[in-house]
Each structure stands twice: as structure tokens, then as C-alpha cells.
Design a protein around this ligand. Structure first.
Ligand code: PLP
Length: 393
């Protein structure tokens, strides 16, 4: 066996720091802690979807399929986009089915960016954006938003677009880890800056159906002038509790789609064929399904939020997605990584340290908790948080 020396790795590979989220899951198993770190449900995927996947495999949809995505799936997605996102798109030229929103984001970045190009990223941001930008050699321009509102104002965008405007802005709506749901005035303001400066937008809308307290999810591409300069990235992982299926899609104007498709073809050829047939059943779900999903997560949010508040973590109530952003100073650790470790060893709960959602070396004590868990898991976490309070008082 030969060994690869660090020095033989490309600069691109060396720039990637291993995921703190997946590391938290690893030590969680070692310590037997409850995993509130990684953003995946610990409950079953919907039966109708599993049945549809079994049927597709039995019917032998087991070979490569249309590289751009099954035609009936793209057509169903176009109908959904028109109904729910107010986006009118041609499934033949504008929708590309790929391996998760993760592939979709990478395709979008590769299609638009060259080394050295600048990308506006609102902080805190989803962990993947940093390595994804490193992979294309792009440079992040971080603009920090402030909780609990995480508002995007004219002053924020003046800073973001100062000097040479960024080539791309990434919008995660609803956002991980903050739960921010962009309001229409915020999106309109951003659209104004993008149109004025010729900046493209890449939107990550993977949590579009998971919003609370009547918050409305709006797609940036539905705003006047933005369809021409937005790549919308989405997927099935979160809405349908199938993070392991690796199914996502991009929506872009035909000229950008062309670039995305060239890249996708030679990266993965196509997304898993039988699961695309099953996804067709998912896209055809009615409002009842989405309503059920929102109610399910709203109750889980309340359960964990109240326990975190009582335990002194100063949680910020998310308006969307399924994470709670907190301040871990109550644990009395030196930094967020130590706080996460202390929480895992003292209380048997794994959370993700803030470092991977913030610009490099930004001192912080933040912890992100995921509540996409069975009620038993969350109840156990509530008890452990109560014991933690008892221990420190
Ligand atoms: C904001 C955001 N985008 C994308 C993803 C990954 O989506 P997928 O499973 O479709 O690759 C995640 C997963 O946690 C996420 O939180």
C-alpha cells in the first residue's frame, strides 16, 4: 500500500477543513450522546415514498436515466414551481435533477465562478459554503447579520456591494443555522442591488416548506428581473425526510442551465434513477403533507426551545428550517468547540460549535441544535438539560 503525503494533495484539497458537523456525529457515537448535531431526522421517511422507491426498483428503473433528470419529474417540478414558488420555467431547458442540493450548489458555483471571483455570503452561513467556495477558488465576502432579527438592510447591502461588486450572492432561505426567513422587502432590496450591480444570485431553498408562525417563503427568482440572474437550488432531503437519497435540482435560465448540465453530466451522469421515480410521488404531494410537516416541526421547535431557554442558552427562535442557534457561554468554556465537548460529556448531548457557520477564527461561543428528532429523543434531551441546570445550581 502506498501513502499519499499531505504535500501531494492539491491546494484545493488542502484548503478543505473536515466537517465539524460530521465530527460532532462521530464523537456523539463514541460518547453515547444524543445527536442534536447533524441535520437529519432520526425518524422514518414517509411510507408512500418508500413504497414508490420499492416499486421503481422492482419495475427495473435501475440503469442510468436522462442526465438532466427524468422528464416526468422535471415536468412535475415545473408545475410545483409555478404553483408554490411563482416561477414559470421550461422543464426541458431550465431544470436539472442532481445528487442533492449539495451537488446543485457546487454546480451553480462552478458554472458561474472563476478563481478569485468574490461571493457575498451572509454570516452565520451553512457550513458547506466555505469548502464549496474553496473548491472553485472563489473568495467569500462575509457580511455579518445580527440576531434575533438577522435583518438585511440597505446599510448591510451597502457594505456587501462596496467597491468592486461581488459576482455572486448566496441566499439561504430559510437559513441554516439561524432560521432566518427572508421577507419580501428584504428580497426586493437585494434584487435591486443585484440588478444594479450585475450580480448573480444562488439561492439555497432546501427548507422552503419548513416555516413557522405563518412565515411565508418567497423565491428570489420570482421577483421582477431576477429569474434571468438566479440559480435556485433545492432538493428532497429535508421536505421528505430522505437525506440519504441524494436528490436535488437546480432551476436556472437556459444559458446558465447549459453550463450546469455540462458539469453535472461529467460529475455524476445522473441522480439515482429509481429514487427519481419515487420523487415524482413526492412532488405530487398535496398541501396536507406540507401542513403536516410544518405542524410536526413547530411542536418540536417549542419543546427544545423552551428547554434551552430554561437551561440558559439564550436561544433565538427560528422562523424556518429545523435548527436553534444559541449562546453556549452558560457552559463556562473557553470557546464554542470546548463548549460543545463539555455539553457532550456533562449532559450527553451533541450540538455543533458555531465555528463552522462563521468566518474563520471568529471567536464565538455559539452552539447549533437540531430538532428534527423523534419526540422521545427531544424529551430525553430536555431531561438532560434539566439535569445540567441542577448540576450548575
Ligand atoms: C442549507 C442547506 N443546504 C443544503 C443542504 C444539503 O442538502 P442535500 O441533502 O440536498 O444535499 C443542507 C443540509 O443540511 C442545508 O442545511
Amino acid at each position: 500500500m502506498y501513502q499519499i503525503h499531505e504535500t501531494q494533495l492539491s491546494a484545493r484539497a488542502q484548503a478543505i477543513v473536515p466537517s465539524l458537523i460530521r465530527e460532532a456525529s462521530r464523537y456523539c457515537t463514541e460518547l453515547g450522546a444524543l445527536n442534536l448535531a447533524q441535520g437529519l431526522p432520526d425518524f422514518a421517511a414517509p411510507e408512500f415514498l418508500k413504497e414508490a422507491a420499492r416499486t421503481a426498483i422492482t419495475q427495473d428503473h435501475n440503469q442510468y436515466c436522462d442526465t438532466w433528470g427524468l422528464r416526468p419529474l422535471r415536468e412535475a417540478l415545473a408545475a410545483k414551481l409555478q404553483r408554490d414558488n411563482k416561477m414559470v420555467v421550461d422543464p426541458e431547458t431550465q431544470i436539472t435533477v442532481c445528487c442533492g442540493a449539495t451537488e446543485g450548489l457546487n454546480l451553480a458555483l462552478m458554472a458561474l465562478l472563476d478563481p478569485g471571483d468574490e461571493v457575498l455570503v451572509f454570516s452565520p452561513f451553512y457550513e458547506n459554503y466555505r469548502p464549496n467556495l474553496a473548491m472553485v477558488g472563489a473568495v467569500a465576502r462575509h457580511i455579518t447579520l445580527t440576531g434575533p432579527g438577522w435583518e438585511v438592510t440597505e446599510e448591510v447591502l451597502e457594505r456587501g456591494f462596496a467597491g468592486k461588486p461581488p459576482k455572486v450572492v448566496i441566499v439561504n432561505n430559510p437559513a441554516n443555522p439561524t432560521g432566518k426567513v427572508w421577507t419580501r422587502p428584504e428580497l426586493e432590496l437585494l434584487a435591486r442591488y443585484c440588478l444594479h450591480h450585475g450580480t448573480y444570485a444562488i439561492t439555497d431553498e432546501i427548507y422552503e416548506y419548513i416555516v413557522y408562525d405563518g412565515a411565508e417563503h418567497i423565491s428570489l427568482a420570482s421577483l421582477p428581473g431576477m429569474a434571468e440572474r438566479t440559480i435556485t437550488v433545492n432538493g428532497f432531503s429535508k421536505t421528505f425526510c430522505v437525506t440519504g437519497w441524494r436528490l436535488g435540482y437546480t432551476v436556472a435560465p437556459a444559458a446558465l442551465s447549459d453550463g450546469i448540465r455540462r458539469l453535472h453530466d461529467f460529475l455524476t451522469i445522473c441522480a439515482p434513477a429509481p429514487l427519481q421515480w419515487a420523487a415524482l410521488a413526492a412532488v405530487e404531494s398535496g398541501e396536507d403533507y406540507y401542513h403536516g410537516l410544518r405542524s410536526l416541526y413547530q411542536a418540536k421547535r417549542t419543546l427544545l426551545f423552551e428547554a434551552l431557554e430554561k437551561a440558559g442558552f439564550a436561544p433565538i427562535l427560528p422562523r424556518g428550517a429545523y435548527y436553534i442557534w444559541t449562546d453556549g457561554r452558560v457552559l463556562g468554556a473557553a470557546n464554542a468547540c470546548e463548549a460543545a465537548h463539555k455539553l457532550a460529556t456533562l449532559a450527553g448531548i451533541a450540538a455543533v460549535p458555531g465555528d463552522c457557520f462563521l468566518p474563520i477564527n471568529q471567536p464565538n461561543q455559539n452552539l447549533r441544535f437540531c430538532f428534527a428528532k423523534r419526540d422521545e429523543t427531544l424529551q430525553a434531551a430536555v431531561h438532560r438539560l434539566e439535569s445540567l441546570v441542577a448540576l450548575s445550581s
